[in-house]
Design a protein around this ligand. Sequence first.
Ligand code: NAD
Length: 252
Amino acid sequence: MNDIFDLKGKTAIITGASSGLGRHFAKTLSAAGANVVICARRIQNLEELKKEIDGEVLVLPLDVTSEESVLDFYSEVKKTVGSADILINNAGTSDPKRFKDLDEQSWNYVLETNLNGAYRVAKNFTDSLIEDKKPGSIINIASILGLRVGLNLASYATAKAGLVQLTKSMALELARSNIRVNAIAPGYILTEINDDFFATEEGQSYIKNIPMKRLGLESDLDGVLLLLSSDASAFMTGSIIPVDGGHLINPL
Ligand code: NAD
């Protein structure tokens, strides 16, 4: 039964793999048998990650906000491994601000990375699959903030809501090309960049609103990641799957 999650012979691209969830996703997919293409702006971090992975790893620079960088990235991928099979569209950022303090620069930075960047990376990925008549699976890393709102995160929530709609629109149009498009909507997941915050009194108060009364761990995303990446989800497309300890269903 475990074989349905097997990724041997598949190549997976993981964007934003230089830290946090992307780093963990690369390790998880490699452990399931996939060859991984890890990409981000910080090459040094990617080289260090490569040393921690036993399987095939290709390290490439990628800035999702630059069309030129995305085109260069895919031309390198094509030369080295051909069309990849799986895309984990993970690169993301946030710039928390009260709505009244938002400015064009901050708004554009978050939208450009989380929505336009995700679109750009996914569009070039599917162009290559369609050209090669190959099936594929895209997993967009959305957020529970794409489905509900929180304070000081208007740009982030708007970008992630856009990513949710992009996921469904792409799934609808690409089903005939055998390209599945799904999204994971994580709740609050403990990573190295937010552990200080969640240790504070304010951070602890966030945890009280989670029905399961704990933060998610990176490993809590493994099951859904492997499900959506593998043939175990062959009949799933357009699904947005929350992994949030029940956060989205806390009582109004
Ligand atoms: P993180 O900051 O550790 O990881 C984000 C990664 O994206 C980093 O490697 C960063 O370098 C990369 N990145 C940012 N801008 C980029 C660009 N222009 N080009 C290429 N790479 C770029 O944070 P994380 O928590 O690991 O977040 C990963 C994804 O998960 C993000 O999309 C985030 O919105 C989403 N997410 C995280 C949580 C959480 O609680 N950690 C919850 C919901 C969703």
